[in-house]
Design a binder for this molecule. Structure first.
Ligand code: NAP
Length: 277
């Protein structure tokens, strides 16, 4: 797509930013639909974040995605938060409408979309265990409970962080549906999701063993490099269904694309772009 005087600007802000795959999949989708936008990676100095967000109000930036370390830091500089982003306390998508900035969070809904598109599966009435209680776990946990899981267990290396997440969730969903699990019986769950970075840089798994895995289980990892972590490879060997982190990355991108452009994005088209990398 040629850049002209009418081209609108989108991007992703973060620090570092050189690893991001979002420009590839977003530009491919924009170009496929013949939309006159460009999506660029933007390295923002943490101390200048407020200046960047002030500046985009005055430009033809239609919006930006937000990645590490800014997902919480952008909140005070926005005019409005949608309900999901407000509950999670983090934003991964900012839309600029004539200088008015509204923040959204599409990470959790992106995870749900991946299960639907790749496995034709819903989480409704399922027992789900989250491993980890960081930023991604927050977004996924809110979506899982909104989608009607029957129970959500949270297991994290640092107990206080798991408890803080459960306390935050209980404001909206009550105390019985969601609890900290200090030593979960994983056999008792339908879906187990690794939201820690364990398995990304090393051949490790985030829990002591996977002896309990049965073919009825679904194991998900939100790490997408490598595509098949040891956690997923071992689970697959035991006959379980598996789902890697690419789907969530694509799902959040599809939903951001739709907020930015008002046009439907094609999940499978965007996923293929990333899988071909
Ligand atoms: P974060 O906020 O830093 O949280 C990391 C979580 O992992 C914390 O609960 C932390 O436990 C736990 N953890 C870290 N190292 C661990 C270890 N060695 N053993 C056990 N637990 C450990 O990070 P995040 O933003 O949630 O991101 C987590 C991972 O998800 C990253 O790999 C990121 O790339 C990936 N991610 C993927 C997508 C996607 O679209 N697929 C989206 C967002 C994030 P403590 O509380 O004990 O420190």
């Amino acid at each position: 797509m040629a850049i002209t005087g009418k081209t609108k600007i989108l991007g992703v802000i973060g620090n570092p930013i050189s690893h991001t795959a979002s420009p590839l999949m977003q530009n491919a989708m924009l170009s496929h639909l013949g939309l006159s936008y460009i999506y660029i990676p933007i390295l923002v100095e943490p101390k200048q974040l407020n200046h960047f967000l002030t500046a985009i109000r005055a430009t033809n930036f239609v919006g930006v995605n937000v990645t590490i370390p800014f997902k919480e830091q952008v909140l005070p500089f926005l005019d409005e938060l949608d309900e999901t982003a407000r509950r999670i306390g983090a934003v991964n998508t900012i839309v600029n409408r004539n200088g008015y900035l509204k923040g959204y969070n599409t990470d959790g809904a992106g995870f749900i979309m991946a299960l639907d598109r790749d496995l034709q599966m819903t989480v409704s009435h399922k027992r789900v265990c989250l491993i980890g209680a960081g930023g991604a776990a927050h977004a996924i946990a809110f979506s899982l409970l909104s989608e009607g899981v029957s129970f959500l267990g949270i297991f994290n290396r640092t107990h206080t962080r798991a408890k803080a997440l459960v306390d935050q969730l209980s404001i909206y969903f009550g105390r019985t549906l969601c609890q900290v699990q200090a030593s979960p019986d994983f056999l008792d769950y339908d879906i187990i999701i690794n939201t820690t970075p364990v398995g990304m840089a090393s051949d490790e798994i985030p829990i002591p063993n996977l002896d309990w895995v049965r073919p009825t289980h679904l194991l998900c990892d939100i790490v997408y490099k490598p595509l098949k972590t040891k956690f997923l490879a071992l689970a697959e060997k035991k006959g379980a269904k598996i789902c890697n982190g690419i789907g969530m990355l694509v799902g959040q991108g599809v939903l951001s694309f739709e907020l930015f452009t008002g046009q439907k994005a094609d999940y499978y088209f965007m996923k293929k772009i990333l899988e071909d990398l």
